[in-house]
Design a protein around this ligand. Structure first.
Ligand SMILES: [Zn+2]
Length: 307
């Protein structure tokens, strides 16, 4: 091996170990994750059965066709905001759920997304057509949404390409009527993955609400040295750091199992004094779970590949 080549490999290995050491330092300060978030099996009713729409809190409704694939309707005095459209085949279910709640799909004015994968933006094209809404996304995810997944760094799950009408930057606020949503870029799962926050009110108290964009390391792709996403490990680390300090009371996310949607929905239907979706501890536990899974992958890929 030439000296230059040796130096390159030595530097690369050192860099990886530096990242891991830095990240493990963070994990040592945190308690070991108390929760394990398990994705429902293929035949689980959370994936296969239609779910009834309901109000989560303060004019924010679950309208997704499936518990596993939530779409959220934020109603306002000037029309509505819809976050995520699931797969293309779920669009009719979401539209029916919006109608069932007594709202008109044509009053949806803004179409947002958690991240550019087929199970979250696959229905964007169809939904944009039905509602006439303006689509809003980060530049990195907009590129993938408009290509129908063809320009994604992973080769799975194409969908009907959808026009993105408005590009947002990190920290930008999206306003409609009396509702304000703030975009926090949390890249890693996709390059333009976006976590949305807003402030809600219940019983005279204000709460910080989050819709987590996505933190799973893609199973089909290498985390380290991915030529189509070279800085993926660093971007994940940055996302974890910023999400840990985000003020969160009400925890929602792009998949139901991330925050126990099924269980919390049942608790809510059973009645009770407090809204089960107010769960700051559940949020922190989930972030720790995802971070530990990421660190495990980082460690395995580093030492599997070590010279
Ligand atoms: Zn995804």
């Amino acid at each position: 091996m030439s000296n230059a080549l040796f130096c390159f490999f030595a530097f690369r290995t050192l860099l990886r170990r530096t990242i891991i050491t830095a990240c493990l330092g963070v994990v040592c300060n945190a308690a070991v994750a108390q929760v394990e978030l398990v994705s429902p099996a293929r035949d689980d009713p959370q994936r296969t059965e239609l779910a009834e729409p309901f109000e989560i809190i303060d004019g924010i409704f679950f309208v997704g066709g499936r518990i596993h694939l939530p779409s959220y309707l934020f109603t306002t005095s000037e029309g509505h905001i819809l976050l995520d459209t699931a797969f293309d085949e779920n669009v009719s279910e979401i539209v029916a759920n919006i109608r069932q709640l007594g709202f008109d799909p044509e009053d949806v004015k803004l179409l947002l997304s958690s991240h550019a994968h087929h199970d979250h933006v696959g229905g964007h094209s169809n939904m944009r057509e039905i509602t006439g809404a303006i689509t809003v996304a980060s530049a990195a995810d907009a590129d993938v949404i408009e290509s129908g997944g063809a320009t994604d760094f992973r080769d799975t799950g194409l969908w009907p390409p959808a026009t993105v009408d408005r590009i947002i930057v990190d920290g930008e606020q999206v306003k409609l009527g009396d509702r304000v949503l703030t975009a926090h870029f949390t890249p890693g799962h996709t390059k333009g993955c976006t976590t949305w926050t807003t402030v809600v009110e219940e019983d005279g108290k204000q709460y910080d609400l989050v819709v987590l964009g996505g933190l799973n390391v893609n199973k089909t792709e290498p985390l380290i040295d991915n030529p189509r996403y070279p800085d993926m490990p660093q971007q994940f680390a940055w996302s974890f750091a910023r999400l840990k300090v985000l003020p969160v009371d009400v925890y929602l996310g792009a998949h139901g199992y991330w925050y126990g949607l099924n269980e919390k929905r049942e608790q809510m239907l059973a009645g009770g004094d407090t809204n089960p979706f107010i769960d700051p501890e559940g949020y922190q536990n989930a972030i720790r779970f995802f971070e530990n899974a990421y660190l495990e992958r980082l460690k395995n890929e580093t030492y599997d590949d070590a010279e």
